[in-house]
Design a protein around this ligand. Structure first.
Ligand SMILES: Nc1ncnc2c1ncn2[C@@H]1O[C@H](COP(=O)(O)OP(=O)(O)OP(=O)(O)O)[C@@H](O)[C@H]1O
Ligand SMILES: [Mg+2]
Length: 586
C-alpha cells in the first residue's frame, strides 16, 4: 500500500508544515526526506490539507519543497521478549547499538530494531489449536531473565479468534510466526513473538481496574511510614534544582518492591543518565541475585535531544509498563523530569500559535498530564491475576515554587506528594522530603492513628522552634522545649536516612514497624528534666544511640544491645505514658 505523500511548506524549529494529498490522521508517523535520510515525525495538527508535524530529530537542512511520506501508522512501540535490560531513546532505538551503528555522535535518521532479532527464545505453548482467544490472552510463554514472559494475542486484535495452529515448544526468533488465528469472518492473522502498539493509547485489555490499596514498599522510611505510595497508584516528587529528586528515584528504583522498573529520563543532564547507565548493570537485585539491569528498562533523552523526543520517551515508557502489567507483573515507572516534558509541550504549542494558558503552557497541559498519570493502575486480568503500573514523576519547578502550573496540574491527579525542600537539602537532611508539606492519600505499612500521633510531634516541634526564634530559648517553657526535642528526634532518627550506609540506606517494612514502635514509646513518655540543658543533653545521647541502632544489622547482637540501652535510658527517665497516647499505643 502506498501511503499519503506531502511536501514541506514551512519549517519552524522542529515543527514542519506539510501540504498533503490524501488522508492523514492525528499522531500518524511521517518521514521527512532530507538529503539521503528520512527523519521521523508525528502529525500533531491537521487543518484542511496542511498538517503540522513535530520532527523527532534536528531539522537542520529541511527546506520548503522537501518530500514527506506518511506511514498510516501511529507512533508505536514494539513489544515482546527482549525489552528488559534495554536502554532506549524516546523512539525505542536501542542506544548502545545506535552508538555502534552511527559512531560516537549519534546520527539523525538512523532507526534500529528495538528488539534483538538474533536471539532464540524458548517458547512453550499454553494454548492449543481450536481454542478460542481474545486479545491479550496468553498463547505461550518464554523465559526472559527471571520472568515468565507471556506471548499474548496482540492487543489490537479485537473480537474472538480461534487458534488455527500453534507451534510446538521450541526455540524461535522474534520474527517467527508462532500461531495463526482465525476471526469470526474467516480472516487469518499471524502472531509472532512481538507486535506493535500505539504509545498514546492506553492498553486496556483487562477485566477491571481496582482501587490501589496495598503499599508499594520503597524502603524509604519517610515514604513507607508517613507518605506511602500504593501499588498501582501515582505520586510526584517536586523539588528545586539539586534537592535530590534524581537520587531519590534512583534509590526507589533499586529497592521498591516491584517486579520491573522503567526509568524515563527525559531531558535531564546527560551526565546523570550516563551515571545511571554505568551504575545499574553493576548493582545486584537482592531478590534474584542477578544484575538490577535485568529487570530494568531505561528510556533516556538528554536535554540536547529535540523536545519532541522527550514527549515520545514518556509515552514509550508508560506503554512498555502497561505491556508488562498484562503479564501479571508489578511495574514501577519513574519519570524524571516531567517538567521537561511540559516545557516541550509549551514549545510546540508556541510554534502552533495556540492561545497560551498560565505561564504560556497550553491550556490542555493539565488534561495531558492527567491522562498520563491515569495510565497507572492495578488491574485484574482476564485470567484473574493482578498486575500494576505505579507512576512516580519528578517535577522541577523554577525556583522551587510549587505554585507553578506543572506542579499544580500534577498534584491534582496524584495520590501522594513528596515535596522536596531546599532548606532540608541545604542542611543535608536526606531524603529532603518535607515532612510538613508532603501528603499521601494511601494507606501505609503502619496504622494511621500512630503515624498521625508521631507526625504531630514534628508539627508541634516545628511550631515551638519557630516561636523560639522569636522569644528565645529562655522564653520557652520546658514542656514546649521537650516537644521540640521530640520532634527533632523523629526527624533525625526516622525521617532522615543515610543513603551511604549499607544498613540504613534501605529499611524493610518489618524493621520500620519495629523501630517505629520503639520511637513511639519515647514520644509518648512523659519526661521531667531539671532544666533545658539536662533535657538537651539527654536527647542528644538518645539520638546518637538511635542512629547507631539504625546503622546496626537487623537483630544483630549490636542491634539488641543498643535497643536495651535505649529502653533503659527511656524507662530511667520516664514518669509514665501520656494518657492520650495509651489508647494509640495499645
Ligand atoms: N538521599 C541522599 N543522600 C545523600 N545525598 C543526597 C541524597 N539526595 C541528594 N543528595 C545530594 O544532592 C545532590 C543533588 O541531588 P539530585 O541530583 O538528585 O538533585 P535533583 O533534584 O535531581 O537536581 P536537578 O534539579 O538538577 O535534577 C546529589 O548529587 C547528592 O550529593
Ligand atoms: Mg535530577
Amino acid at each position: 500500500m502506498i501511503g499519503t505523500k506531502g511536501t514541506v511548506v514551512a519549517v519552524n524549529g522542529n515543527m514542519v508544515s506539510v501540504r498533503f494529498d490524501g488522508i492523514v490522521s492525528m499522531n500518524e508517523v511521517g518521514y521527512v526526506k532530507v538529503a539521503d535520510s528520512k527523519l521521523k515525525s508525528e502529525v500533531i495538527r491537521i487543518r484542511g490539507e496542511v498538517s503540522q508535524l513535530q520532527v523527532f530529530e534536528i531539522t537542520k537542512g529541511i527546506t520548503v519543497g522537501d518530500e514527506v511520506e506518511f506511514t498510516g501508522d501511529m507512533l508505536s512501540v514494539e513489544v515482546g521478549p527482549g525489552l528488559l535490560g534495554q536502554v532506549y531513546d524516546g523512539l525505542q532505538n536501542p542506544l548502545p547499538q545506535l552508538a555502534q551503528a552511527a559512531g560516537y555522535f549519534l546520527e539523525r535518521g538512523v532507526y534500529l530494531d528495538p528488539l534483538p532479532g538474533d536471539i532464540s527464545w524458548q517458547f512453550t505453548p499454553v494454548a492449543k489449536a481450536g481454542d478460542k482467544v481474545e486479545r491479550a490472552d496468553t498463547l505461550g510463554t518464554v523465559p526472559e531473565g527471571s520472568f515468565t514472559h507471556r506471548i499474548m494475542v496482540p492487543f489490537n486484535l479485537y473480537g474472538t479468534f480461534t487458534i488455527s495452529w500453534i507451534k510446538p515448544a521450541g526455540s524461535y526468533k522474534i520474527s517467527d510466526t508462532i500461531a495463526e488465528l482465525k476471526d469470526e469472518k474467516g480472516n487469518d492473522f499471524q502472531v509472532k513473538l512481538s507486535f506493535r502498539w500505539p504509545v498514546k493509547r492506553a492498553v486496556d485489555c483487562y477485566q477491571e481496574r481496582l482501587k490501589p490499596v496495598d503499599p508499594m514498599v520503597t524502603r524509604v522510611r519517610l515514604v513507607d511510614t508517613f507518605f506511602p505510595v500504593a501499588r498501582g497508584g501515582t505520586y510526584c516528587i517536586p523539588g528545586p534544582f539539586g534537592a535530590g529528586k534524581t537520587v531519590l528515584q534512583q534509590i526507589t528504583s533499586r529497592f521498591a518492591d516491584v517486579d520491573i522498573v522503567i526509568v524515563a529520563a527525559c531531558g535531564e543532564r546527560a551526565g546523570e543518565v550516563v551515571e545511571t547507565l554505568k551504575e545499574f548493570p553493576e548493582l545486584t537485585d537482592e531478590r534474584t541475585g542477578r544484575s538490577l539491569m535485568e529487570r530494568t528498562i531505561i528510556i533516556c533523552n538528554t536535554s540536547s535531544m529535540p523536545v519532541a523526543a522527550r514527549e515520545a520517551s514518556v509515552y514509550t515508557a508508560v506503554t512498555l509498563a502497561e505491556y508488562y502489567r498484562q503479564m501479571g507483573l508489578h511495574v514501577l515507572l519513574l519519570a524524571d523530569s516531567t517538567s521537561r516534558w511540559a516545557q516541550a509541550m509549551r514549545e510546540m504549542s508556541g510554534r502552533l500559535e495556540e492561545i497560551p494558558g498560565e505561564e504560556a503552557f497550553p491550556a490542555y497541559m493539565e488534561s495531558t498530564i492527567a491522562s498520563f498519570y491515569e495510565r497507572a493502575g492495578i488491574v485484574r486480568l482476564r485470567d484473574g491475576s493482578l498486575g500494576s503500573v505505579t507512576i512516580g514523576g519528578t517535577v522541577s519547578p523554577a525556583g522551587g515554587n510549587f505554585e507553578e502550573p506543572v506542579t499544580q496540574a500534577t498534584l491534582k491527579v496524584v495520590g501522594a506528594f513528596h515535596g522536596l525542600s531546599r532548606e532540608r537539602s541545604d542542611a543535608r537532611k536526606f531524603p529532603a522530603i518535607h515532612p510538613l508539606d508532603s501528603w499521601s492519600k494511601y494507606k501505609g505499612i503502619i496504622d494511621g492513628e500512630k503515624v498521625a500521633y508521631a507526625h504531630g510531634f514534628m508539627r508541634r516541634g516545628s511550631e515551638v522552634e519557630q516561636m523560639m526564634k522569636v522569644v528565645g530559648e529562655e522564653g520557652t517553657s520546658i514542656e514546649d522545649y521537650v516537644i521540640y526535642l521530640k520532634g527533632d528526634l523523629i526527624d533525625a532518627v526516622y525521617f532522615q536516612q543515610n543513603s551511604f550506609d549499607a544498613v540504613d540506606a534501605a529499611v524493610k517494612p518489618e524493621r520500620q514497624k519495629y523501630v517505629f514502635a520503639k520511637l513511639l514509646v519515647v514520644l509518648a513518655s512523659q519526661f521531667t528534666f531539671a532544666d533545658k540543658n539536662e533535657a538537651r543533653t539527654w536527647f542528644n545521647r538518645l539520638r546518637q544511640k538511635f542512629l547507631d541502632y539504625n546503622g546496626s544489622e537487623w537483630k544483630s547482637e549490636r542491634f539488641q544491645g543498643l535497643e536495651m540501652e535505649i529502653e533503659k535510658a527511656v524507662s530511667g527517665q520516664s514518669k509514665g505514658l501520656d494518657k492520650a497516647a495509651e489508647k494509640i499505643l495499645a
